[in-house]
Design a protein around this ligand. Sequence first.
Ligand code: ADP
Ligand code: MG
Length: 336
Amino acid sequence: MKNIMNWMGGDIAIDLGTANTLIYIKGQGVVLNEPSIVAKSRATGKVIAVGNEAKRMLGKVHHDIETIRPLRDGVIANFEMADGMLQGFLNKLPLSRLARPRMVICIPSGITEVEKRAVKESAERRNAREVFLIEEPVAAAIGIGLDISLPVGNMIVDIGGGTTEIAVIALNGIVTKESLRVAGDEMDEAIIQYFRREHNLLIGESTAEKIKITVGTAISEEEYNIAVKGRNMVAGIPKTIEVSSSQIRKALSDTIDTIVDSVKICLERTPPELSSDLLDQGIILTGGGAMLPGLESRLRREVDLPVNVAEEPLLSIVYGTGKVLDEIDKYQDILY
Ligand code: ADP
Ligand code: MG
């Protein structure tokens, strides 16, 4: 039975995120959730691994293997690797090679026309019957369960790895938007810089991310401590340093200020009738960065509007893209 279903249907929705790629197959749910990472051989230029397998190689690879995040800053820095990554993920799906699925792909709203075309072509090469693109904030809004066809403004703030996408959506369209290349990765980078500057300690990206997720906060609530292992820059030897939430909060403050300021700019540019809707509807935070403790209250304090975090910030987009795939006729207007 399963084979027949795969043969017949198998339409696919993809959240092509800068940090994580998620794939939903119609009738099967979310079947893939892996980091947007590729490992390639320097010698042959070939993709060796994608996703979880490539992540395990990150920072530990020998000179012949290079790991790349092709969408890192929300732009497709490396078309060949972005294509290799998408193909690698599609190959992992429980689908017949002969299936000709319809695909809806969610992309950062800041990417260029050329990049959009490259994503479409990449999917078409993998036998897609039809490929549609949808923009991130729109997919997030649908995934959260908002009815975006109404003449009511909703603001979505999606804080991912490489980009933060801020948009006011009404009547099936984006009214105002800001797409900035400051999000989770920038927070990790700020933590790396903090240890370098204040403690002469070199730490890697995964350590920085772990520190952010365990003790990072945007306002002073509870305080946590963490022992951080790194390499002392002067002596060159491994060292452990204990830091607290308040120190990490200082390290993160510039990045968080940038995000808050962009929300304010987007609010200023929103037409008055829709701004008044926001007094009731408020702002919804989503994406992995929305899970930083205190971010919600910090934003609420600064903009004086209701602010809520989506129920499953890492899944809103794939859910929304999946809903659009399931009812594709209803959503024609918002697809590319
Ligand atoms: P993208 O859509 O760009 O792929 P995601 O929405 O998947 O990004 O979010 C990934 C980002 O969220 C990463 O920078 C990750 O470190 C961050 N993140 C995940 N969990 C947390 C958490 N609990 N607190 C803060 N940041 C988090
Ligand atoms: Mg995302």
